[in-house]
Ligand binder design. Structure first.
Ligand code: PMP
Length: 401
C-alpha cells in the first residue's frame, strides 16, 4: 500500500474551484464569472499590445541571458515599481527609505511581508477586513501571524460599515498590523472615500498601528494609476511607515508570469537597508530568487515613456469595459423590472460586483443558467460581455423572483 494511503481528499479552492466546475459543464451557454481575470468582449484572455512589444524587444536583445536574478529580484523593476505606487516625487523614495523586493505576484509579496513581520515586528496580530479576499487569512496565518478581522462591509446598505471599521481598529492593540485594500476592495467593490481614508489614517497613526496595503488593482479600478494609488500615498506623505504588496497580474495582464513587489517604507535610509537584508533571509530559503521574464517585461514598459503611455491607454480601456458592463447589467435588470435596488452594481468599484445574492440563489443560477460564480454572490464583471449580460440578467431575475 501507499505510504500516503491515509491522505484525505482536500476540498477545491473556493475561488479556483469555480473554474474547475465550469470546465466540466458541457452547456454552450455557460458563463464563468468566478475567477478575477480580464476577458475581452469576445470572452477571450487579453495580452496587452505593449506587453507583446516588450517581449519582442527582450527576445531580440542578444545581451539578455537567463542567469539568476539576485535574491531581491531585478533592481530596475524594484525602483520603477516603488515609483509607480508611491509617485515619482515621493519623499520616501528620494530619501532612500523604501526597501523593495521583487516577489511572486501579489500573493508572494503578501507572504514575504507577512513572514518578515512575524520575525521582526513586536505585534503579531494582523487585522483583515470582513469580508476579504479568501486567501488573506491563509497567507498570513501560514506566515506566522495571528489573524483577526475588522468590520468592513454592511450588507444592509451594501456599502462601507465605516463606524464599525473605526470602532474595531480603535480597539486593536498598539502595533497591530492592519491589512487595507488600496483600491477596488475584493470581494465587495466598496472603497472608503478620500475623506474616510483620511480618518482611517488619523486613527491608524494615532494608535500606532502598522498599515499593510494590498494593491492588486492599481489603474484597473478607475482607469487611472495615480487615482488608484491615492490611499497609499496619503499614508506615505505623513512620514510614517507602511508595507505595500503590488501585483502586475491585473493591470498588465501578467497573471501567469507571477510578477509583483513588496515595498516597506521605513523612517530612515539605514533602517531600510537593514530591513532589506532581513527580507533576503526570508526569501532565500523559500525560493532563492524570483523569475526574470515578467519583471523584465514590466521594467521595459515602465522605463520607456512611449511604452508607459501606451500601457496607460490599454489599461484604461480594460477599466472602461468593466465599467460599461456594470451599466449594462444595471440597465438590463431595470428593463426586466427585477425587484430590489441594484444601484450598488454601478456604485461598486473594480473587477467585482458583490451582488447580494445568497448561496441558494447562486446555486440556482449555476444549476439552471450555467452561471459560475463564488458562493458569496461575487461576480467578476471582467468575465461579462454585451452578449452574456442578458443571460445573467435573466438568471438574476429568476433567482430573486
Ligand atoms: N490581493 C487581492 C485583493 C486580490 O484580489 C488578488 C488577486 N485575486 C491578489 C491579492 C493576488 O493576486 P496575484 O498573486 O495573482 O497577484
Amino acid at each position: 500500500g501507499s505510504v500516503f494511503a491515509n491522505v484525505v481528499q482536500a476540498p477545491e479552492d473556493p475561488i479556483l474551484g469555480v473554474t474547475v466546475a465550469y470546465n466540466k459543464d458541457p452547456s454552450p451557454v455557460k458563463v464563468n464569472l468566478g475567477v478575477g481575470a480580464y476577458r475581452t468582449e469576445e470572452g477571450k484572455p487579453l495580452v496587452l499590445n505593449v506587453v507583446r512589444r516588450a517581449e519582442q524587444l527582450l527576445v531580440n536583445d542578444p545581451s539578455r541571458v537567463k542567469e539568476y536574478l539576485p535574491i531581491t529580484g531585478l533592481a530596475d523593476f524594484n525602483k520603477l515599481s516603488a515609483k509607480l505606487i508611491f509617485g515619482a516625487d515621493s519623499p520616501a523614495i528620494q530619501e532612500n527609505r523604501v526597501a523593495t523586493v521583487q516577489c511572486l505576484s501579489g500573493t508572494g509579496s503578501l507572504r514575504v511581508g507577512g513572514e518578515f513581520l512575524a520575525r521582526h515586528h513586536h505585534e503579531h496580530t494582523i487585522y483583515i477586513p470582513q469580508p476579504t479576499w479568501g486567501n488573506h487569512p491563509k497567507v498570513f496565518t501560514l506566515a506566522g501571524l495571528s489573524v483577526k478581522t475588522y468590520r468592513y462591509y454592511d450588507p444592509t446598505t451594501r456599502g462601507l460599515n465605516f463606524e464599525g471599521l473605526l470602532e474595531d481598529l480603535s480597539m486593536a492593540p498598539h502595533g497591530a498590523i492592519v491589512l487595507l485594500h488600496a483600491c477596488a476592495h475584493n470581494p465587495t467593490g466598496v472603497d472608503p472615500t478620500l475623506d474616510q481614508w483620511e480618518q482611517i489614517r488619523l486613527l491608524i497613526r494615532s494608535k500606532g498601528l502598522l498599515p499593510f496595503f494590498d494593491s492588486a488593482y492599481q489603474g484597473f479600478a478607475s482607469g487611472n494609476l495615480e487615482a488608484d494609488a491615492q490611499s497609499i500615498r496619503m499614508f506615505v506623505a505623513d512620514g510614517g511607515e507602511c508595507l505595500t504588496a503590488q501585483s502586475y497580474a491585473k493591470n498588465m495582464g501578467l497573471y501567469g508570469e507571477r510578477v509583483g513587489a513588496l515595498s516597506i517604507v521605513c523612517k530612515s535610509a539605514d533602517v531600510a537597508v537593514r530591513v532589506e537584508s532581513q527580507l533576503k533571509l526570508v526569501i532565500r530559503p523559500m525560493y532563492s530568487n524570483p523569475p526574470i521574464h515578467g519583471a523584465s517585461i514590466v521594467a521595459t514598459i515602465l522605463k520607456d515613456r512611449k511604452m508607459y503611455h501606451e500601457w496607460t491607454i490599454e489599461l484604461k480601456a480594460m477599466a472602461d469595459r468593466i465599467i460599461r458592463m456594470r451599466q449594462q447589467l444595471f440597465d438590463a435588470l431595470r428593463t426586466r423590472g427585477t425587484p430590489g435596488d441594484w444601484s450598488h452594481i454601478i456604485k461598486q468599484i473594480g473587477m467585482f460586483t458583490f451582488t447580494g445574492l445568497n448561496r441558494e440563489q447562486v446555486t440556482f443560477m449555476t444549476k439552471e443558467y450555467h452561471i459560475y460564480m463564488t458562493s458569496d454572490g461575487r461576480i467578476s464583471m471582467a468575465g461579462l460581455s454585451s452578449k452574456t449580460v442578458p443571460h445573467l440578467a435573466d438568471a438574476i431575475h429568476a433567482a430573486v423572483t
